[in-house]
Design a protein around this ligand. Sequence first.
Ligand code: NDP
Length: 403
Amino acid sequence: MGKVLVIGAGGVGSVAVHKMAMNSGIFSEIVLASRTVSKCEAIAASVKQRTGVTVPTHAIDADDVAATTALIEQVKPDLVVNLALPYQDLSIMDACLNAGVHYMDTANYEPKDVAKFEYHWQWAYQDRFRDAGLMALLGSGFDPGVTSVFAMWLKKHKLKTIRLLDILDCNGGDHGQAFATNFNPEINIREVTAPARHWENGEFVETPAMGVKQTFGFEEVGEKTMYMMYHEELESLARFVPEMERARFWMTFGEEYIKHLTVLQNVGMTRIDPVMYEGREIIPLQFLKAVLPEPSSLGETTKGKTNIGDIATGEALDGSGEKTFYIKNICDHEKAYEETGNQAVSYTTGVPAMIGAAMILTGKWKGEGVFNMEQFDPDPFMEMLNEHGLPWSVEELDGPLPF
Ligand code: NDP
């Protein structure tokens, strides 16, 4: 049905390409390009062995708009799926505009020198995409991505309005290492060390990083401490669900993780400004990434489950007063690894990336301009989650979170 060019050969790229190859009715041709071509080749070899599908590979530096434009013109895909890092979002969007091809990603643009997670850089492309008759879909991972689709599904099928929203992201997996991150360490640590922000009464309220914590019992995982932090879907949710009184994002972290991160932060290893070392500039956080385990190497040893979902309270659609619903997915690290060779954090992002791409290629989601996940019908996306490895459940709770 359509040809796709995937850029980025990390854990998320690997899962997405495997899942696309398993759905060759939609993804008739898949091409994979990334900075290090040997990583593309390793993924292509695994895809060939698991599914029989051949994935041609290319080396590309996606910071280079001219080279990326030339690659897109050479490959001639219907859609470019950006699974490189958030730093490359704008250059790949520019290349898509130059080559006249639709665009999709899983994380919003971030400049390298400030840890700012904001959509305005990408929303500013609205007129250029619309005028070119092209579509850009932003944030089709799990969070952002599925968490917004979950909220919109509740708004379509259960609640007339959403007054309170809490997004709860729990990774109950254990990789057996003293300290490691489950996705790109640089992006992960920038996110976790940034001040927390939540939406309340029409504005974002900022609090110190990791300053608010609560305990919550996660199904199939157990009791965990979760920390309030900023996450980018809060911005698009606040825009597209304007009636929300409050929206918060919570993520679980173990004591060991917090202990290591605190020390690393205190000694300056998480800094993103350049420091001079033996006559050359280095960025401490980038150096730290180089000495930490590659997230893709953790798949083999990670055991346990992820549990990510939304708790939404609002006026019930059936007129029965205020109701609270909890909608979530639970994903098993070992099963994810068995299927694609990657652990559940990459799996829960790569599958929605495949589904977002399928929405565009099948025309189930279409438009001209730059779009967030909240702007489309959640139903076909939710159906594909159930069919392709991320089944979800919804239950009614007695009321909102007590804190
Ligand atoms: P990885 O670091 O594992 O992979 C990133 C890949 O991008 C690597 O193959 C890397 O190449 C490649 N890359 C980096 N810079 C360039 C460049 N200039 N040109 C071409 N390729 C480049 O990250 P993940 O797979 O874990 O994450 C991928 C994306 O998914 C990120 O944007 C991340 O923020 C996002 N994400 C989203 C989530 C969600 O739920 N929405 C959750 C988790 C991740 P090389 O191997 O040479 O370094």
